[in-house]
Every structure is written in C-alpha cells, then in structure tokens.
Design a protein around this ligand. Structure first.
Ligand code: GLN
Length: 289
C-alpha cells in the first residue's frame, strides 16, 4: 500500500487538532500557533528560514519527529523550550535551563530605558542588567542604542553562557559583558542605568503557577519569597553605590506589587514613576533621586 502523502498544512492541522482535543477550550492555549512553530522546528525551519510551503510533502520520519514534539508540548513543555528559542524585542533569544523564557512584560523595561536615554540624550550610556538570564533586556536595549555598553550579571553560570552566546549571535558581543554574580556583589563602577527583572513570584502564587512555568522555568528566576519582594530588598539599597549621580534604575515587578515596591523605593530615597505593560497592569517603574 502506498504511503499517504502528508503535507505541511495537513501536519499542522493534525497537530493543532490533537492539542485542541486535549486542551478543550482553555483560552490560554494557542494550538494553531504552537502547531505551526513545532512543525517548522521539526522540519528545520526557523525565523530566518521560513520557506515551508503549505503543500510541501513531509517525509515520514519528519512527520514522526513533529508528532513527538507535539507530545512534549501536550505534556506541558512550552514551545519556547522545545525549540530552544523565543523572540523578544524582535530578536531570537536562545534559551537554556538556567534562563527564564523572556516574557513580553519585560519589553516594558526595555521601552522605558530606551525612552529615558533618548529623552536625556545620554551619548554612550553604560548599563548594568541584574539577573540577566538570556540577556534579553540588556541586549534589546543595546540593539536600540548603538553607543551603549552593558554588563549583565546572573547567579547561574549557564545563564551567563547563554546570554554571552546571544550577544555574539546578534553582533553585540563587543558591547556586552556577562558575569556570574549574586546581583551586584563584587561589582563596582558607576552606571548610567540599572535594569532588572528579579524573581518576584510570591509564596501564594508560586504553587499556582502553570506547569509550563513551574516545571520549565528555573525556580531561582521565579521565587521572590513570602511577599515576592525579597530580592528587591537586596537590590534597592545598592542603587546609590552603583549609579552615577543623576542615573536611573528600571525595575520590573509583579502586577500586584506596584504599591509595595514604590514604598520600598521611597524608603531608600528614590522616586518611582510607574509604567504599564500591554494588558494594562502597573508592571515596572523608573527610579530617580
Ligand atoms: N513573569 C514571570 C511569571 O510568569 C515571573 C518572572 C519573575 O519572577 N521575574 O510569573
């Protein structure tokens, strides 16, 4: 019996239907998009090489490979982990076990930092990104500001390696350095800006996180202690020592933490200006003296 020919479009449809059948009408899930990305990955296509035609036939071993990826997705592994990459600020960031999957929320931090530098007309800003993970916040900012230089720190050696790799891939290796450090411990110097997205999930939300997050993002990058602000209490007192006079900081935080974070910042002499993410939550703040 001749093998049935499976096309790219049919394979996407089959995977999307399998995912949909399992997920029911869970509106947080996007079976069509996931199917498209998984098929592209199985077939060796990526953002730079999106040449798959809908009517292209797919060889049987590749059909099997795509179905195997779909099973991983169905068991809760995020697409970004399966394909090892996630787009942030238009750049394809490589991921590894020590990095959080970049979230669109963090683009709020990038946008604020770039706007603040442009408003100030800072010529060659020197930036530090504390807890850099994949390097997404720092590298996105550097991609916008050709005269900027940045340092990213992370407690995870694996994350530092991945961030360095991302910098090189984007042609930013000459303007970014990455170091293993516990926040800013052992770092001196005076920076024009400090950017940070510390772990902020609180004790109540941590057990409620979806499988995609709790089983696949590093706990080190999520757990913010009882009220979610443990790490902020360590970082905020360091700002004065790290920033140039007149420098600023941009912090990301959880969607219910704006008031608590603002109180903490004010207690250390900083004035917060709150910023909203796309869904409209207060998500970040710019601090100045
Ligand atoms: N936004 C992440 C989440 O999915 C948390 C990231 C962080 O703690 N900084 O909950």
């Amino acid at each position: 019996m001749p093998d049935t020919i499976v096309t790219v479009a049919a394979l996407r449809r089959q995977i999307a239907n399998q995912l949909r059948a399992g997920w029911g009408d869970d509106s947080a899930q996007r079976p069509d998009l996931d199917a498209k990305l998984l098929v592209a990955h199985a077939l060796g296509a990526n953002a730079a090489n999106l040449t798959l035609r809908d009517d292209e036939p797919v060889a049987a071993p590749l059909v099997e490979a795509a179905l195997a990826l779909a099973r991983r997705r169905f068991r809760g592994e995020p697409v970004a982990r399966i394909v090892g990459e996630r787009e942030f600020w238009g750049l394809p960031f490589r991921l590894s076990p020590g990095t959080l999957v970049p979230r669109p929320d963090s683009e709020t931090v990038v946008e604020a930092a770039v706007a603040e530098f442009r408003r100030r007309g800072t010529e060659n800003p020197v930036i530090i990104d504390l807890g850099t993970g994949s390097g997404c916040i720092l590298l996105a900012v550097l991609s916008e500001l050709p005269g900027a230089f940045g340092i990213g720190t992370d407690r995870s050696e694996d994350a530092v390696r991945t961030a360095r790799d991302n910098a090189a891939r984007f042609g930013l290796g000459g303007r970014a350095a990455f170091l293993v450090a516990d926040w800013a411990a052992g770092i001196s110097g005076s920076f024009d800006a400090i950017l940070t997205n510390p772990p902020y999930v609180d004790g109540e939300d941590l057990p409620e996180l979806p499988v995609e997050v709790i089983h696949h993002d590093p706990r080190l990058a999520l757990d913010g202690g009882a009220d979610g602000l443990d790490h902020y209490r360590r970082i905020v007192p360091e700002l004065g020592r790290l920033l140039k006079p007149g420098g600023f900081a941009v912090f990301e935080f959880g969607y219910r933490q704006a008031a608590m974070f603002s109180d903490l910042a004010r207690a250390h002499g900083w004035s917060p200006v709150l910023l909203r993410d796309l869904p409209g939550h207060d998500r970040a703040a710019v601090l100045t003296r």
